[in-house]
Design a protein around this ligand. Sequence first.
Ligand SMILES: Cc1ncc(C[n+]2csc(CCOP(=O)(O)OP(=O)(O)O)c2C)c(N)n1
Ligand SMILES: CC(=O)[C@@H](O)[C@H](O)COP(=O)(O)O
Ligand SMILES: [Mg+2]
Length: 618
Amino acid sequence: MSKHALLESINSPAELRALERKQLAQLASELRDFLIESVSQTGGHLSSNLGTVELTIALHAVFDTPTDRLVWDVGHQCYPHKILTGRRQGMEKLRMRGGIAGFPKRCESEYDTFGVGHSSTSISAALGMAHAARLKGEARKVVAIIGDGAMSAGMAFEAMNNAGVGDADMLVILNDNEMSISPPVGALNNILTRLTSSKTYNAAREAGRHMLGFAPPLLELARRAEEHVKGMIAPGTLFEEFGFHYYGPIDGHDLDALIPTLENLKKLKGPKFLHVITKKGQGYKLAESDPILYHGVGKFAACDGIQSAKGPGKLTYTQVFGDWLCDMAAADSRLIGITPAMREGSGMVRFANEFADRYYDVGIAEQHAVTFAAGMACEGLKPVVAIYSTFLQRAYDQLIHDVALQNLPVVFAVDRGGLVGADGPTHHGTFDLSFAACIPNLVVMAPADEAECRQLLSTAFAHDGPSLVRYPRGAGTGVVPSAALDTLPLGKGEIRRQGQGVALLAFGSLVAAAVAAGDELDATVANMRFVKPLDVELIVELAGNHSLLVSIEENAVIGGAGSEIERVLNERGLNVAVLRLGLPDRFVDHGEQGQLLAELGLDKDGIVRSVRERLANS
Ligand SMILES: Cc1ncc(C[n+]2csc(CCOP(=O)(O)OP(=O)(O)O)c2C)c(N)n1
Ligand SMILES: CC(=O)[C@@H](O)[C@H](O)COP(=O)(O)O
Ligand SMILES: [Mg+2]
């Protein structure tokens, strides 16, 4: 008999709700075991999912999903939810091309009520659903499940501020595991720690254990749970001040606490807030002891855990940035390093250790990170904001209004530029060249390889105004950067290959593919380096001695670098044929980076094919 026999009998929450209560502990055990096994084979997010096993079972046991709505925040912790809602088999192709997504996705399942991936949206979306139900006269419950990290973002407070004054019937569950990806930061964390370590919680845990020592009839249990919960109200909590009825904290791994509590809260009207305490990595010792390492994992052997890479592989762009940041900080005491809760992902662990007094993790607060940097720049410091392209979208007005408009010397080290792969459309950095190129004063750079990445970061740091360097997830060509902090001339590209007839004008991560295509086409290849200011002199020169210019960028074609090339040619009345290659006007699904680029014709063969088709049709 399969070791997951009970789990394998559950293909919908209705089937879960048909189980006897005493079977749910077994279900949790099998689900956790299956999770570890499955994610170790596919990679993905692990420690946060291990923390939501019991919570997810309790939610689907108590609420009539999908009629009642569950809105997950970030959604990286939704694998138990996906497994219990008919996608257990789908987990073998998790985040792979054609497989299920790593985050809730409306088109994937009726149980995925809201598409997420960027944090702190769940309370807003759930509030919208709650008001919609009220306005439409539909009797449904709406629950937002948000982590303590995600709770630190301003959008969560915007939503609470709005929810707290209305009579919307919604439940916010704070999944507090005292972790973001890194250890949590900020005053909210201190508030939560006080709530968690208060006598209230510890007494409740004791009472909970005592109360449930025997198994009284369910109704008695529910009554006592209500008393139990009510007795735990910690008056004056932050959430009460926002107009929510605060309950908890309760043990988020104890089904005998979760289920009666949720049953009771389900009956109460208005905005409610339940604080549950979970452990990130729960039930897998390796993840419990290192929830950061097991936050996002590649494939690994579950019995041995993640093994450190053997020998030095190619440097990733992230590592190039991290090394440059430390070297530049050593050379210039004005440098400040700022991250919105992505210390590990942005390569800042070493900087945080070696330059602790100049390192700021501001929490999941991209808007604040940018304007915080602007304030520092006003005072003569040189802040470097390390931020994923996709998360910079969250701070677009701050980039324009607080930094560029005032022409402040802030460096944006924009990682994950272009297609990121498994995380898919919520995380692809496909718009930054478009949304940055139109901003006055902002210098926009895209290095061709790791060595140039270091040089352009130094160029950005030396620039007396706002600048942005965007580079892709993962490793590049393997070129080893020098140890120098030399810069490159602003707005100057270079010819990488001299050919004839066709000129390929490539930006950043696609220069290597362009050179390979140029070899096959005998085309000229330019590494443009700067999207703004463009190397106009080079463009005019190439237009003068080639019949076709081809722009190539791992960015949306609309409004991208290619559009800028066409604008420059048009303004000068240069009528040379232009072909623009880049990402299409649609969201690109998840899959392996190289596979996606090939499908989109942005690898060597795709570029050759597009050029030949254009020449054949001209
Ligand atoms: C706007 C935004 N910024 C950053 C991230 C990256 N990110 C993903 S999960 C995470 C930490 C979330 O912490 P928490 O909400 O406590 O969830 P946990 O991982 O602890 O379950 C961060 C910073 C994101 N998804 N969205
Ligand atoms: C869920 C989330 O937003 C992060 O964990 C993100 O998946 C990290 O991406 P990288 O793996 O590219 O660092
Ligand atoms: Mg957390």
